[in-house]
Design a protein. Structure first.
Length: 169
C-alpha cells in the first residue's frame, strides 16, 4: 500500500486539520464535518409514500382505534401541508402565488410538499404548455373532502392555539 493510500482524508494541505487527525472523524461512515460525523440515513420508497425509517414502515396495519387518525396525519401532516391544503380550498392556484401566500417556505420545500400531496391523491398538478411554463395546483375531490376538517382546525386555532402561544411569550 502506498503512502497516499494510507493518508487520512484531512491530510490535504488546504484543510485546517492537515497536521492532525480531525477529532470528529468517523472512518466507518467515511464522512466528516467540523461538528461531528455525518450519519448516513437511507431514504426508501414504500408504495406511494417516501419514508426515512431505515427500512421499516411505521405500521403494518391500521386496525387499532387511533390508527385512522395516524393514517390521516401521515397524509396531511408536515410543516406546510395543512397550510397548502387550506390555501387550495380557494381553488386553482399558481405555484408562485401559493409560495407568495405562504411567505416563509422555500421553493424546494414547497415543491416537495406538493409532490407528496400529489402522490397521495390529494392535489392535482396542472402544467400549461407555454413559455415560460405555468404550473397550477388544485384539490382533488379527495382533497376537497378535507375542507370541514381544515376549517375546524382554523377555528380551533383562532380560539385555542393562538391564545396558548401568546401565553408562552
Amino acid at each position: 500500500m502506498s503512502e497516499s493510500d494510507e493518508r487520512h482524508p484531512f491530510a490535504d494541505e488546504r484543510h485546517p486539520f492537515a497536521d492532525e487527525r480531525h477529532p470528529f472523524a468517523d472512518e466507518r461512515l467515511g464522512q466528516y464535518n467540523m461538528y461531528g460525523p455525518l450519519a448516513k440515513v437511507r431514504t426508501i420508497w414504500t408504495g406511494r409514500h417516501k419514508m426515512d425509517t431505515n427500512g421499516r414502515s411505521r405500521h403494518s396495519s391500521y386496525d387499532l382505534p387511533a390508527c385512522p387518525v395516524e393514517a390521516t396525519l401521515e397524509l396531511i401532516g408536515g410543516k406546510w401541508k395543512g397550510i397548502v391544503l387550506y390555501y387550495l380550498l380557494d381553488g386553482r392556484i399558481r405555484f408562485s402565488d401559493l409560495k407568495r401566500r405562504i411567505g416563509c417556505v422555500t421553493q424546494r420545500m414547497l415543491t416537495k410538499q406538493l409532490r407528496e400531496l400529489e402522490s397521495d391523491g390529494l392535489v392535482n398538478r396542472i402544467v400549461h404548455a407555454e413559455v415560460p411554463p405555468r404550473v397550477e395546483y388544485e384539490l382533488t375531490p379527495e382533497g376537497r373532502s378535507l375542507q370541514p376538517i381544515l376549517e375546524m382546525l382554523k377555528e380551533w386555532g383562532e380560539s385555542h392555539a393562538i391564545p396558548l402561544i401568546e401565553e408562552r411569550v
